[in-house]
Each structure stands twice: as C-alpha cells, then as structure tokens.
Write a protein that binds this ligand. Structure first.
Ligand code: ADP
Ligand code: MG
Length: 334
C-alpha cells in the first residue's frame, strides 16, 4: 500500500493549469496566492456515518460530491471557483483501492469546474473524513449575502428540491449491486431504471448553480442568496432570520394544482435536504426584467414565495391560508 509521501507525490503530479493567482500549489508548507479582488472562502466536512455511508456511495461518487457541495456555497455568494484544498482522514486499509477512485472523482471535478487542488492534508483516521475548502473570486459588483433581503422581495429558486431526499428513500428501500464500485456516469446509469438513476444522479452528483449565481451577482439583480443544503424551509429560514423578515413560500408554486403531485411531495420539497439548489431574493419591481434577461441556457428559476415584514420564520401560503412551517432543519448538536 502506498505511504503518505507517495500519495502526496502522486497528488503533486496531478497539477493542472493554474490560474495566475496561484503562485505556489502542492509541495510546500502552504500554498501561496495573490489577489487584488475579494476572495470567498468556504469549507465543508463530510463525515462517514453522519453525511454518508460507505455501503451507499462509491469512493468515486464521494470524490465528485465532495467538491460539488462546496462549489454550491461559492455559487450562493456569486463567486467563481479559483482553487481548493482537501483534508482527508482515512482508515489505513483504504489508502490504496479506495483513495484512487476517490481522487479520480475529485480531480475530475476540479478540472470540470476549473478549481485546481492546491493543497491539503492526509491522516490516518478511524473512519472516513473529507474536508474540502474552496476559494472563489468575487467579481464586481461584489458578493451576494444572505442578510440583504427586503420586505416585498420575491423569492427565486434555481434547481430541484426534494429529489435528493427521494434518492435517499430509495437507497434505504433497496440495494443497488455495484453502487460502491461506480467509477463513471455510465456505470451509475446502469444501476437501475431511468427514473431511479435520475434520482441517484441528483443525490450523488448535485449541480452547483455556479452560472446562475454568477449571473445574478454580476447583473446586480439579486439582493440576497443562500444555497439550499439543509432543506428549502431550513435554509430559507436562515435567510429570513439574517434579513430580519418573514418568508412566505407559496404551495401552488412548489406543487401546482393538477400537477398530479401527492401531499407528501410538498413535505419532501420543504424538508428534503442535500439539494444544493440556489435561493435568491429580488425586488418585485425588477422581476420582469430578470425574467426577460435571464439567459435561456442557464437552469431556469421559478418564483416560489415572498418576503414580508414580520418575525423571522418561514410560512406556507396554501390558498391564501398561512401556516408556520416547523423548522426540521438538521442541527448536528441538538
Ligand atoms: P506539512 O507537514 O507541512 O503539513 P504535508 O507533508 O502534510 O506538509 O503536505 C505536503 C504538501 O502536500 C503540502 O503542500 C500539502 O498542501 C500537500 N497535501 C497534503 N495532503 C494533501 C491532499 N489531501 N490534497 C492535496 N494536497 C495535499
Ligand atoms: Mg500535513
């Protein structure tokens, strides 16, 4: 089995075209960056047994997902990926056959999203721990914060919500032989029916809404934004609390009448989690402009609610009846 120094040596040789901001990458005590513009920095932890189960995901998929979920945070700040760092804690027996496909997935996504790996750390650990830090460039007019929504703003949503949770339900109901060996998209496709693998795809390879986030930021059309990682209601609740407003979600916009949706659909959309969708607020007055200028090649956005003056909280508007949505967002320490 390869040792730590061999692994790091191997990582060094994977170097890609580095942006001009990166003066030194893997190999020294620290990477060195140059920057005139503001930088966005974000870190996420993925802990075995808490965020994923070794039997329900392949190392390749975990590598891909680890970078994608971090990029979703950059998307919400309207930052462009610049570079990333990877901290990896691994049980000794995994540093060969597991490490390799994990890195293959991770490095593939660093190329796909132009976010080169410039450093990190490796350690033996009792179970798998993945910690990714991403750095992003913030272009003028600047980042989009979560605390800038105003009363009267409409709430836009880019990307699906609820589907990732559906995939988890599927994974808990039936086993997919070969899942832990998946090493490319084609193999993921072969695991089940089209419908099943569509769900698994959303869960394992969530799409960070970078282009939408960048466009909204550069055009200065969104006031506030947040990425939906804990659930639509939970993350909208954070935006509402930070902005000192109440948020109202419109049931009809989430599950339109006549769409054949079941009552449980709404619940899963509200509380699903791991969606990595993008929520933003925009002035009611500029909504028409936003609609007409929104680039058709980007994933579409839909208007799902509004901000109102009032105590922070998330309410659901069903046929003009308002009810407070219970916060089922995940809290690790409660
Ligand atoms: P130090 O002992 O100074 O922390 P290391 O021996 O841990 O240095 O790391 C040597 C180099 O390899 C550093 O540049 C570090 O950023 C890089 N590195 C270590 N682990 C990883 C990893 N998992 N991914 C990317 N780079 C890594
Ligand atoms: Mg180290």
């Amino acid at each position: 089995m390869p040792g730590e120094f061999e692994l790091i040596d191997w990582l060094r040789r994977q170097t890609q075209d580095l942006p001009r901001e990166i003066i030194r990458d893997i190999g020294d005590d620290a990477a060195i960056l140059r920057s005139e513009e503001p930088l966005a920095v974000s870190k996420d932890l993925l802990v075995e047994g808490v965020h994923f189960r070794r039997e329900w995901i392949s190392p390749w998929l975990l590598g891909c997902k680890a970078l994608r979920v971090n990029l979703s945070d950059l998307a919400a700040m309207s930052a462009r990926p610049l570079a990333c760092l990877l901290g990896l804690g691994l049980p000794k027996e995994l540093c060969g056959a597991w490490f390799e496909p994990f890195m293959e997935g991770f490095l593939q996504e660093t190329r796909e999203y132009r976010c080169p790996l410039i450093g990190g750390d490796l350690s033996a650990a009792p179970s798998i721990l993945v910690s990714v830090t991403v750095l992003g460039r913030v272009d003028a007019p600047g980042p989009i914060y979560r605390d800038q929504a105003r009363a009267g703003d409409r709430i836009g949503l880019v990307g699906p919500v609820g589907r990732s949770r559906r995939a988890l339900q599927l994974l808990s109901k039936r086993t997919f032989p070969g899942l832990t060996l998946v090493r490319n998209r084609a193999q993921l496709r072969k695991l089940g029916t089209d419908e099943e693998t569509d769900l698994l795809h959303t869960h394992f390879l969530p799409e960070p809404q970078l282009e939408a986030g960048l466009w909204l930021g550069q055009r200065g059309l969104a006031r506030a934004s947040i990425d939906v990682s804990d659930g639509l209601a939970a993350d909208l609740g954070k935006m509402a609390a930070a902005s000192g407003l109440r948020a109202v979600l419109e049931a009809e916009a989430l599950v339109p009448r006549g769409s054949g949706g079941e009552p449980s659909d709404l619940d899963i959309m509200l509380h699903g989690g791991e969606d990595y969708a993008l929520l933003f607020s925009a002035d009611q007055e500029i909504l028409d402009q936003l609609r007409s200028e929104y680039p058709p090649q980007l994933p579409p956005f839909r208007v799902v609610g509004r901000f109102e003056p009032g105590q922070p909280g998330v309410w659901l508007d069903e046929d003009s009846q308002l009810r407070l949505i219970e916060d089922k967002g995940f809290d690790h320490f409660s």
